[in-house]
Design a protein around this ligand. Sequence first.
Ligand code: LLP
Length: 425
Amino acid sequence: MDFFNYKDNELYAEDIKVTDLVERYGSPLYVYSKATLVRHLKAFEEALAAKDHLICYAVKANSSLAILNTIAKFGCGFDVVSKGELMRVIKAGGDPGKVIYSGVGKREDEIEFALQSKIKCLNIESESELYKVEQVAKRLSLVAPVALRVNPNVDAKTHPSISTGLKKNKFGIAFEDALRLYTYIANSEHLQATGIDCHIGSQMTSGAPIIEATDKLISLYHQLEEIGIKVDHIDIGGGLGVTYNDETPPSPYEYLAAVIVRLKDIDVSIYCEPGRAMVANAGILLTNVLYLKSNSERNFCIVDAAMGDLIRPALYNSWMNIIPAVKRDPSDALEGSNANGTKLYDVVGPICESDDYLGKDRHLNVREGDVLAVRGAGAYGSSMSSNYNSRPLCAEILVDGDKAYVIRERQKEEDMWLNERIIDA
Ligand code: LLP
């Protein structure tokens, strides 16, 4: 459930008509609903209430300072994958003591910054990285809290581009190596093993893979116990999917219930790293229809949002729902429309790439000048955007009831080349 609903055929973000937002702030425009975000935060908190836990929101899903600040105020932690993300969390008022740091390629300066910021835990993704962290910790005369991100070789049954828990993926440490490396950590003066971690994939629409992965982590936990190594948390990563089209993912409660049952009698906190499930349906991307054109094969609805604003359809062939800001009566239809008043369109952007589209084969009753909304755009939308074709980054709005806040100004053209230099030679 979210707070983007129609009233009298007009789409609202909470209590504000989205067409009013476009009029005020321009297009394309990301719009987030605070009530939806808070609802999702509460759903995860409630799902985990039976067990000591830490929700570490995966910053990469949406790294807007205002979103991070809302999440921080709720008491959550964060999962970061770069120095930039960690700095964002700190800037947004997040507690570094509740930050975990994942990622296969942490640079030395990033490791140093993380340790100096006293983050909760570094999730180690290779043997070489472990030695690097030890080296940095020694240089700084401190003890680095670490967890091994193990690769449990579990199929997340999701799109191959966002599957991370198989041997063919670059992520994590081979399960077979974990015991040896935990033993190494136990003997190091500058490392302390605080947890066991995994993240097997994203947009999972069933709880089965995470249960399989949890069972593997639990078996490792017991093996560690047998050799006298005690960790304080088990981190099951993120990955819970959302409904973009007809997917029926479990609720956070359903997803986590079986995991909690398994961990009930084990003396650990449960950590999780949800990104998409927290923010996807808390955001929409609004876009103006610039032109309609047709040839003998297809109808094109050319909008002013592009793959640079929302790359998921182009990159993963993702299906994202595209709905009108104002629903037209079927009687008000263009020539050649079907009985519902709609025609079949490819909704495409202005970028010079054939893959620059937001949706293909969409039934729409649309005119030039209309506003369309792409739903589910709160996750991996703005955070993956780029300036390709020298198009400025969109403005972003956070709606709270009947109030709208600009949380990112629309980028100015001249700011795109702020750090560029023309050489004298
Ligand atoms: N933890 C780690 C270590 C991750 O790599 C990720 C996502 C998450 C947590 C959060 O996963 P989530 O709960 O959001 O599924 N750009 C892609 C998704 C890439 C996910 C990368 N890692 C997309 O738009 O579908």
